[in-house]
Design a protein around this ligand. Structure first.
Ligand SMILES: *[C@@H]1O[C@H](CO)[C@@H](O)[C@H](O)[C@H]1NC(C)=O
Ligand SMILES: *[C@@H]1O[C@H](CO)[C@@H](O)[C@H](O)[C@H]1NC(C)=O
Ligand SMILES: *[C@@H]1O[C@H](CO)[C@@H](O)[C@H](O)[C@H]1NC(C)=O
Ligand SMILES: *[C@@H]1O[C@H](CO)[C@@H](O)[C@H](O)[C@H]1NC(C)=O
Length: 405
């Protein structure tokens, strides 16, 4: 029973989880080979080059043009929800510091979903590189209203996600939300939706942690879209045999080197085979390529990002350091919020645990994107009204912040 509860808690990405048990030190004997199920037989060409027009600097960095060196890159945005209010909250980095953040909008929501579940958990921003439009998508589910236990939340039988469309490239103006059905008809849930432009298909791949009445183990499903108002037929994107996987995040590596590398990607996910720890894989030939495990040099070291188990909700972004490729990977420890890991070689474990005084560690699952200077300045001008740096403290400790301005 406890095990089931833990699985569900992790799947949902909720720090409110019962996961009170402090995870034990995890020292796996051997790395289980992850089996990748390629999608739906579609033959996807590799090595497709994006149009030069798409590569102009006024772009989101982290999930669209990571690896593109631009002097314009400045600042980071953390989008997330809180355990007491399942709406879209933002933190902005303190200057170009990739680890220290301050809450925006008096620590009140930036966007609210008033449709369906009336909640927007697990928010994620992505740009459709082929139309230039940016979207924020989220999980159409509430665990607070009405109160749900995880068992019930796992089988809520919904198929869609919440979509907001940015009205400008500065990310300061957004449309009202709409719901986009993406999952199979007998879907049990659509957790942790994310999206990424696929240059091989010139469409956006939306992917999520799902399960169906037919196959109740959590796996990663995908569906392509162009306009975020309709999506193609869903398919199974990633499974690990009989083991559950969830909370997958995909990140495109080395845009500038694509021609040589044929689109390298990294993905991190919650591996139920590894006692719900987060591990990673690399593909050097596209989103449907030959994915292989990211492993430690020393075979005695853990194969997971965090040597502890019981974590989830990974996010990855690239820092703006010009001299080399430096990545930050955040892993959500069920209960304690995010922990940050840094690496200059994302292809090899272990990564280095990082701490920072204003790291926003107690917030719920989301994403960090790199900004350009204009976006940073515009977001700060519009939403940074407290003028106060705040630690990553719990939202209930922030009561009264609105009076500070
Ligand atoms: C990249 O893809 C192109 C076109 O499919 C192919 O001709 C080329 O050999 C590939 N390069 C590498 C390094 O795999
Ligand atoms: C969802 O469907 C399952 C059967 O697949 C059922 O057991 C469950 O009660 C349904 N949940 C809701 C909230 O309707
Ligand atoms: C959104 O969530 C609500 C509340 O659970 C549900 O009734 C509705 O069917 C969902 N819609 C989609 C498209 O997921
Ligand atoms: C590998 O790690 C183990 C356990 O931490 C340690 O005892 C051993 O010395 C390491 N081996 C190398 C070659 O570093």
């Amino acid at each position: 029973m406890l095990a089931t509860k833990a699985i569900l808690a992790l799947a949902i990405g909720a720090g409110v989880a019962a996961a009170a048990d402090k995870p034990a030190k995890h020292a796996p004997a051997a790395a289980p080979a992850s089996k990748n199920t390629p999608a739906s037989g579609t033959k996807i060409p590799t090595g497709v080059k994006l149009n030069d027009a798409d590569a102009k600097p006024f772009m989101l960095d982290s999930h669209s043009y990571n690896g593109l060196r631009s002097d314009d890159q400045f600042g980071y945005l953390f989008t997330h929800f809180t355990s007491t209010d399942e709406q879209v909250y933002w933190h902005l980095s303190d200057g170009d510091d990739p680890l220290n953040f301050s809450p925006l909008n008096h620590a009140k929501p930036i966007l609210r979903n008033n449709l369906g579940s009336k909640a927007a958990r697990d928010s994620f921003i992505c740009k459709n590189e082929f139309t230039g439009k940016t979207y924020l998508i989220a999980n159409n589910q509430s665990l607070i209203s009405p109160p749900q236990d995880y068992q019930a939340a796992y089988i809520q039988n919904y198929t869609g996600i919440v979509v907001f469309e940015a009205k400008n490239d500065l990310l300061t103006e957004w449309s009202a939300p709409h719901l986009l059905p993406i999952a199979p008809k007998d879907s049990l849930h659509v957790f942790a939706p994310e999206c990424i432009s696929d240059p091989a298909k010139k469409q956006v791949l939306i992917h999520w942690s799902g399960a169906t009445a037919r196959d109740q183990t959590q796996r990663i499903y995908g569906a392509y879209t162009t306009d975020f108002h309709s999506a193609d037929k869903p398919f199974l994107y990633f499974t690990d045999g009989p083991n559950g996987v969830g909370d997958m995040t995909l990140f495109k590596l080395n845009f500038a080197k694509d021609n040589a590398k044929n689109s390298s990607y990294v993905r991190f996910y919650r591996s139920d085979a590894d006692k719900y720890a987060v591990r990673g894989q690399i593909s050097d030939n596209g989103l449907f390529g030959a994915w292989r495990d990211i492993l430690p040099l020393n075979k005695s070291d853990p194969v997971t990002i965090d040597p502890n188990t019981n974590n989830q909700g990974p996010l990855v972004y690239k820092t703006h350091r010009k001299d080399q490729d430096e990545f930050l990977i955040w892993v959500k420890d069920a209960g304690d919020g995010y922990e940050a890991y840094e690496t200059e070689n994302i292809r090899m474990l272990p990564y280095t645990r990082k701490t920072a005084p204003y790291f926003p560690q107690n917030f719920e699952q989301g994403q960090v994107i790199g900004l350009c200077r204009k976006q940073y300045d515009a977001i700060k001008a519009k939403f940074y009204n407290s003028g106060r740096r705040r630690r990553g403290i719990r939202l209930d400790e922030l009561v009264g912040l609105a009076d500070v301005a």
